[in-house]
Design a protein around this ligand. Structure first.
Ligand code: HEM
Length: 249
């Protein structure tokens, strides 16, 4: 098995997840075996009340497949053992699957709110204890969903801005190439027509100017920070590419 990378190891430490965490949930996992199907029936019933969620499933088979996969996720993956490389790979496949069906993280997290509520029914018999735990779970998950939505929104806006600026740059570069083309044609004509030395030198000067403009723009693209507006540049040290690189690191 692949060595779990440092970032994932650190994540487990930050969440304070250790063998004892899994151990402590063993009896719960055993009890869950008998209950998970009922919980997931309730889960899809609840989720499918929302048109936004219904649209994600192509047909009834898709709901069944998602249910079977989710059952495996809880029993055979998340609660089965210390999260390892295989777990993180699966988590990333699950994210890909939900991305494919267009599910946003906020809705995905809302799903956890429902499941956690039902899990608390199995764990806490005393309603006076359970009610605040369930309420707290709901609010904390809402908080996570809201912040994640903002993170992703900010990243998306940056990406859109980058695309807009690189498209504008490409259009400008194409214009400069057309200009170069036109000038070199002009020079050929002047050579054919035996134009004066001064006329040809003026065309060559124009050609050099266009090359210089193109070179400058290419250099700006390479160093990237000229791509962002002065206002945005002031906020960052290394321009839009730098911001995006930092965000996706
Ligand atoms: C508690 C949160 C959730 C968990 C743990 C979960 C788990 C899973 C898993 C493990 C898969 C299979 C992924 C794969 O193919 O690798 C899956 C697929 C899917 N899930 Fe979820 N899911 C959750 C929330 C939701 C929600 C809220 C929706 C609502 C639309 C949803 C819709 C789907 C769909 C449409 C698929 C694809 C099913 C297919 O094969 O056609 N999931 N889910």
């Amino acid at each position: 098995m692949l060595e779990m990378n440092e970032r994932k190891r650190q994540r487990l430490q930050a969440f304070e997840i250790e063998e004892a965490t899994i151990e402590t949930l063993r009896p719960f996992r055993s009890a869950l075996h008998a209950e998970i199907d009922g919980i997931l029936d309730g889960f899809y019933e609840h989720m499918l009340e929302f048109p936004e969620m219904r649209r994600r499933f192509s047909d009834q088979d898709s709901v069944k497949r998602a249910g079977r996969a989710q059952r495996r996720h809880w029993l055979d993956s998340l609660l089965a053992q210390m999260p390892d490389t295989a777990y993180f790979k699966k988590a990333s496949d699950v994210a890909d699957a939900h991305l494919r069906v267009g599910l946003t993280p906020e809705w995905y997290i809302a799903g956890y709110s429902y499941v956690l509520k039902r899990f608390m029914d199995l764990l806490i018999a005393d309603d006076a204890v359970k009610a605040p735990v369930v309420a707290l779970n709901k609010l904390v998950l809402l908080d996570i969903a809201s912040v994640i939505e903002t993170f992703i929104g900010a990243k998306n806006r940056l990406m859109v801005e980058l695309l807009r600026r690189t498209t504008a740059f490409s259009e400008e570069a194409i214009g400069l190439c057309a200009d170069l083309d036109e000038r070199q044609r002009g020079l050929r004509e002047q050579l054919k027509d035996n134009s004066s030395k001064e006329e040809m030198l003026a065309t060559i000067d124009g050609l050099c100017e266009s090359i210089e403009r193109l070179r400058t723009r290419l250099d700006e693209l390479r160093t990237s920070d000229k791509l962002v507006q002065p206002k945005a540049r002031a906020r960052t040290e290394s321009g839009l590419f730098g911001v995006i690189r930092k965000l996706f690191k």
